[in-house]
Design a protein around this ligand. Structure first.
Ligand code: TRP
Length: 455
């Protein structure tokens, strides 16, 4: 069959990039965060705004970000400096990428706490603690888990060590394999859960909740949450996908690949929502607006009552941990590769130092679920909530505006066409949206949302 080795090789490396980018995109954002913030923001209208934001802001910016990485083949901060020089712009644009480096580290600091919950739920599932449990019992177990700061710190430390181990070794084959084999299993498990929820839960109620668009209940801060989540879930606005794009094989088409990744990512989130909410509605002790514990309280009830639930439950939380792991690596990669490209440090030293900072910042988030859970920042947020607010509501959207302007306005059509796999009306549509819709859309949502939160 394979008479010509070349196309096959190219196909392989293209697949590797899709896997790495999907590994970065699909993570806690899809399985943990999307259902919980959809629930906090009232469901349907939020979901619709989220989908619109993926389309009008997420995908255009993601294409722009991959373009920047692929064209320069270097770490985000240096990439932006190089592109600014190439197009005759000020090197101050580098601050866009530096802000991204910081955003990634802050996200990792609290992402690791939640990933730690998933890690901890693996042995908990095996222990059989959830067999035949009811909603009140599951809530109690989760709250008990949060109550001990030392325990949360222990799992947080383990997750940071796992992340840094991969980042220090560099882009490994092992990780590609993890994505190639384990992500499809996670997907199948989600489908099994979905089947269970259709059969046992309040499925039609959940469908109505997620897809009936009641705009009456939509506030501007929900709209900002949806926009911020579109960035968060696609891993864009801070340079992660730019860093991955810098490793992209020359012949890999940017736009097609981005569309594939975005479609996979959106499917996983919607399926996770459709698996979780039927259980929520069948459980009087769980509210859709339950908050950050929604996934960890609702799904164990399903596992507890299904045949083979111990096995499926343990497998599920192991795979969620892996999904979080393949995402967390991209959060710190821009920081580590910057230090290395600058010639300032080896991967080992940079990894230990930068990972150490994330670990320290994460302590505040571990304490936000017990000792310091009160909203002491602006009277609105605890440390965990503030880390999420600062990154998802502020830094990622601002990063998105800047990237859209940078690529949309600082580059001529021919420079873009050179690197792009789309042409004709598709290319024009992308560039038009990136130039004239994305930045203003984000600006309007951002200002109205922030005003709504603080006034
Ligand atoms: N997208 C990942 C998730 O949904 C999280 C993530 C990884 C991320 N890298 C990122 C978010 C970069 C923002 C920016 O879980």
């Amino acid at each position: 069959m394979a008479t010509n080795a070349l196309p096959r090789e190219a196909w392989n490396s293209r697949l590797t990039f899709i896997l790495a980018a999907t590994g970065s995109a699909v993570g806690l954002g899809n399985i943990w965060k999307f259902p919980y913030i959809a629930g906090e923001n009232g469901g349907g209208a939020f979901v619709l705004v989220y989908l619109v934001c993926i389309l009008l802001a997420g995908i255009p910016v993601m294409i722009a970000e991959v373009f920047m990485g692929k064209r320069t083949r270097t770490s985000p901060v240096l990439a932006v400096e190089k592109l600014a020089a190439e197009s005759g712009q000020s090197t101050r644009w580098r601050w866009m990428a530096i802000m991204g480096v910081i955003a990634g580290m802050v996200i990792l600091s609290y992402y690791s706490i939640v990933a730690g919950w998933a890690l901890a739920y693996f042995p908990k599932m095996i222990s059989g603690a959830f067999v035949a449990i009811d909603d009140a019992g599951s809530s109690a177990l989760f709250n008990e888990h949060l109550s001990n700061p030392w325990r949360l710190l222990g799992w947080h430390s383990l997750f940071i060590i796992m992340t840094m181990a991969v980042v220090i070794t560099g882009v490994t084959r092992g990780l590609g394999k993890a994505v190639e084999y384990l992500m499809p299993i996670l997907f199948v498990l989600l489908l099994i859960l979905l089947g269970f929820s259709i059969y046992q839960g309040e499925f039609s109620h959940a469908v109505k909740y997620l897809f009936a668009f009641d705009f009456g209940s939509l506030t501007m801060d929900s709209v900002l949450a949806a926009l911020g989540h579109a960035f968060f879930t696609l891993s864009i606005g801070m340079g992660a996908i730019m860093a991955y794009g810098s490793y992209m094989p020359e012949d890999t088409p940017i736009a097609k690949t981005v569309l594939t990744v975005a479609a996979l990512d959106t499917c996983v989130a919607l399926i996770a929502g459709l698996a979780i909410f039927p259980i929520v509605f069948a459980s009087p002790a769980i509210e859709p607006g339950e908050g950050a514990g929604l996934l960890f309280i609702s799904l164990p009830i399903a596992f507890g009552s299904m045949p083979g639930g111990i096995f499926f439950g343990a497998l599920f939380f192991a795979l969620v941990s892996v999904a979080a792991w393949t995402s967390s690596i991209s959060l710190i990669e821009p920081a580590v590769s910057w230090a290395v490209d600058k010639g300032k440090a080896t991967r080992l030293k940079a990894g230990i130092f930068l990972g150490g900072i994330c670990w320290l910042l994460g302590i505040g988030s571990a304490l936000s679920f017990n000792v310091y859970s009160d909203p002491w920042i602006f009277g609105l947020f605890n440390w965990f909530e503030f880390s999420d607010f600062l990154t998802s509501y502020v830094m990622l959207p601002v990063g998105g505006i800047l990237m859209a302007i940078f690529v949309g306005h600082m580059f001529g059509k021919s420079a873009l066409l050179e690197s792009m796999d789309i042409e004709g009306w598709l290319f024009d549509a992308w560039r038009f949206v990136l130039r004239w819709i994305t930045p203003d859309l984000i600006k309007i949502i951002f200002f109205l949302g922030i005003i709504n939160i603080f006034l």
